[in-house]
Design a binder for this molecule. Structure first.
Ligand code: ATP
Length: 267
């Protein structure tokens, strides 16, 4: 069982300004789509459309089951928002925090199904040892795994993650991405993962959606991450290079001094 997400010709204008321009792509069950692009490219805006928080100016988004029949968005999506702090003094364990993701309150009428869902979310995120710890005292990487677990208790078939690795050290970034990758493959979940780190994305994603100024390129990593494709997308000369087996995208035009995306290391 899985769910396909299909976006067709999605455009968004905010205050008359085009933010997304005729974007079409699909993510099939068990596929990992990396979404990348510079600040202000429209990545979060795209997520707001997919989540139903923002109506596209044009185009549509559909969620299709294995028989290609439309299903209700709210029954299939899990969402991990951009990293947020949690009050260090909040009197709540990580497990309580995860239970907030259930469709109803957990404490007073928890069923064995609820407990099973929480236990499975803890397992999938390698978080059993965190379950009874105060959630506000967790490290950034541990907190992100608990946010992911909270999204997983509803057993989503589509998982949207908005920069889940920002502010994490390279080891924690790698761990987060590999946990998401395992969920994607093991549970046949369709994953959309926003990141600024092209090399993290290149390692795990089957496909990339590269956004800039509302325009996009979409396809397998090796097809999108090419000099001709990105130069066309940016509308100026850009070079895609591999240095020590790491991808780097360098602007070689007039704005050569401006970094155009991150590579998992200081610019
Ligand atoms: N509610 C809004 N009102 C006005 N402008 C908006 C609104 N939401 C988004 N925008 C504009 O849309 C553009 C895209 O923003 P968005 O947050 O989607 O970019 P992003 O790719 O997620 O950026 P970042 O990598 O910095 O998170 C930006 O120029 C932003 O200022």
């Amino acid at each position: 069982m899985g769910c396909e997400l299909a976006a067709r010709e999605v455009s968004v204008h905010i205050n008359g300004k085009p933010i997304l321009d005729h974007i079409s792509f699909s993510v099939k069950p068990g596929q990992f789509m990396g979404i990348i692009g510079p600040n202000g490219a429209g990545k979060t805006t795209l997520f707001r459309v997919l989540l139903g928080m923002l109506d596209p100016t044009r185009g549509s988004v559909s969620f299709l089951n294995d028989d290609q029949q439309p299903v209700k968005r709210s029954s299939v999506i899990g969402y991990v928002p951009q990293s947020r702090q949690i009050d260090p003094e909040i009197p709540m364990t990580a497990e309580d925090f995860i239970s907030l993701g259930l469709p109803h309150r957990y404490r007073f009428w928890s069923t064995s199904k609820d407990r099973q869902a929480i236990s499975e979310a803890l397992r999938l995120t390698d978080s059993f040892r965190l379950a009874n710890q105060p959630v506000g005292k967790l490290s950034g990487g541990e907190r992100q795994r608990i946010y992911l677990a909270q999204a997983l208790v509803r057993q989503p078939q589509i998982l949207l993650l908005d920069e889940p690795t920002s502010n994490l050290d390279p080891g924690a970034q790698e761990q987060m991405a590999s946990v998401v990758d395992r969920i994607c493959r093991e549970r046949n979940v369709s994953v959309l993962f926003i990141s600024h780190d092209i090399n993290l994305i290149a390692k795990y994603a089957d496909r990339i959606l590269y956004l800039t100024r509302g325009h996009y390129a979409e396809g397998p990593v090796e097809e999108v991450m090419r000099t001709e494709v990105l130069s066309r997308l940016y509308g100026s000369p850009v070079e895609v290079m591999k240095v020590d087996s790491k991808l780097r995208v360098i602007s070689t035009g007039k704005n050569a001094a401006v970094p155009i995306c991150y590579h998992g290391e200081a610019q």
